[in-house]
Design a protein around this ligand. Structure first.
Ligand SMILES: Cc1ncc(COP(=O)(O)O)c(C=O)c1O
Length: 431
């Protein structure tokens, strides 16, 4: 299987967290998001171990909440000692409602509103990651009005090609996120930050992209970031305590995917940092990373029921399910690959090439095309694997479809951690 969370039992049925998927579908209905708590924790610990290995400075892994966030996820992540990256007032509010340790919250975003920045200041969170100069100036005056100093990082563009899909590649100059190093923009912003009241520039951050399979771009980006750090120290006399290298560590969506172990990415970052700091007698920064997908995706799957199978001679066979782009827009957005299986027939050979299509009124409402699947009929259960990240968090009410519930499983037990929406929820805000 593509993740240790998923197993096939002796009846040939797919299980997750020791729970039979058919039993889960009967109890909670479909579509259904399922998350395996043990797998989330294992993924966290893999990072914790790797992050501290061989690095003498401080380090903190931070979970990227955009990948999957709800109050229970905040609790699980906090209990593993992780920090949390939030990217909106809504995510920050969720973290606060779950009583997430404020000093470990990092607030990202390329256009934070005054209300969001004010909330961040009021909640006394660890760091605000500033994206641009207008935001920096607004933050300075908001902090002044509250008589609070804002501890900030700068989001920088190291100008590194992460060899991933354009839509999830973010470290290059032509990106809407952050200050460019190459053009001098970032250095001038650091000079401005040093002059602004109620602003404490503690470090720098970058995120070069997502679903990256090679450690090398991380090593390159780390070096560029450290060179910037050194220049700021030499020319502006500012020493940074934090170096945040973002997330993006690739995972297995298909059998053919061969990502390196997480440790390989972290070694690239920490070894580059250690070597550079040794050579230039810089003190070791607190090393931060922000995995999202690699924590949440392999721990989750989505269950659907087949409504119909439409064979179009000479073209293709559509297997049509009771969910779609409203609960998983990622194929429609950027052709994201997934492993699909008939959950009750997981030990049958996958002999049909099908297109898994949703029930939304869009021809592009597809979950996967040209994918191998066991022979299925209406009423059969379909599992889409590794949907724990960027599925629930990217879901919508398109076509006024209520969002499915999220169920957490562990050691053969299940519990609802996010209730499914009802039609009442759908009209809740209608006047
Ligand atoms: C700033 C930042 N940090 C971390 C992440 C998490 O990336 P991933 O889920 O690929 O690990 C993202 C994803 O978009 C991001 O924008």
């Amino acid at each position: 299987m593509i993740s240790d969370a998923f197993w096939v039992n002796q009846d040939g049925r797919l299980t997750v967290g020791g729970c039979d998927t058919l039993a889960l579908a009967r109890e909670y209905g479909t579509p259904l998001y399922v998350m395996d708590e043990s797998q989330i924790r294992v993924n966290c610990r893999n990072f914790l171990n790797a992050a501290y290995n061989g690095y003498d400075g401080e380090s903190l892994p931070i979970f990227a909440g955009k990948s999957f966030l709800c109050k229970e996820m905040c609790r699980v992540i906090a209990s593993e000692g992780f920090g949390l990256d939030v990217v909106s007032g809504g995510e920050l509010y969720t973290a606060a409602a779950a009583d997430f340790p404020r000093e470990k919250i990092f607030f990202h975003g390329n256009n934070k509103s005054d209300a969001e920045l004010t909330l961040a200041l009021e909640e006394n969170i660890g760091r605000i990651v500033v994206d641009n100069l207008p935001e920096l100036r607004r933050l300075s005056s908001l902090a002044m009005s509250k008589n609070k100093t804002a501890d900030i990082l700068f989001r920088l563009k190291p100008g590194v090609d992460a060899h991933t899909h354009d839509f999830i590649s973010t470290g290059q100059i032509d990106s809407k996120f952050g200050f460019a190093i190459e053009t001098g923009e970032a250095f001038e912003a650091a000079r401005t930050a040093a002059e602004l009241p109620y602003i404490n520039l503690c470090g720098i951050h970058c995120h070069i992209g997502s679903q990256i399979f090679e450690p090398e771009p991380y090593a390159t980006a780390t070096k560029v970031m450290l060179e910037f750090m050194l220049r700021v120290k030499k020319e502006l006399g500012i020493s940074f305590s934090d170096l945040n290298m973002g997330g993006g560590f690739g995972i297995k969506y298909k059998k053919s995917d061969t990502p390196p172990p997480f440790a390989a990415f972290l070694e690239a970052i920490s070894e580059t940092t250690r070597d550079f700091c040794d050579t230039h007698t810089l003190s070791l920064p607190r090393l931060l990373i922000e995995p999202g997908r690699s924590i949440a995706a392999p721990a989750g799957l989505t269950l659907y029921t087949v409504g119909s199978v439409k064979e179009i001679p000479g073209k293709r066979t559509y297997v049509i399910i009771d969910g779609g782009m409203a609960d998983n827009p990622r194929y429609a957005l950027y052709g994201a690959p997934y492993t699909v299986m008939a959950a009750q027939k997981a030990n049958h050979p996958a002999t049909q090439t099908v297109t898994l299509a949703g029930k939304c009124c869009e021809s592009g409402d597809l979950i996967q095309e040209h994918t191998l699947l066991q022979a299925v009929a209406p009423g059969d259960l379909i599992a889409v694997l590794a949907t724990g990240a960027y599925n629930y968090s990217m879901s919508s009410n398109y076509n006024r479809l209520p969002r499915p519930p999220v169920v957490m499983v562990e050691n053969g037990k299940s519990r609802v951690i996010v209730r499914g929406e009802t039609f009442e929820d759908i009209i809740r805000n209608d006047i």
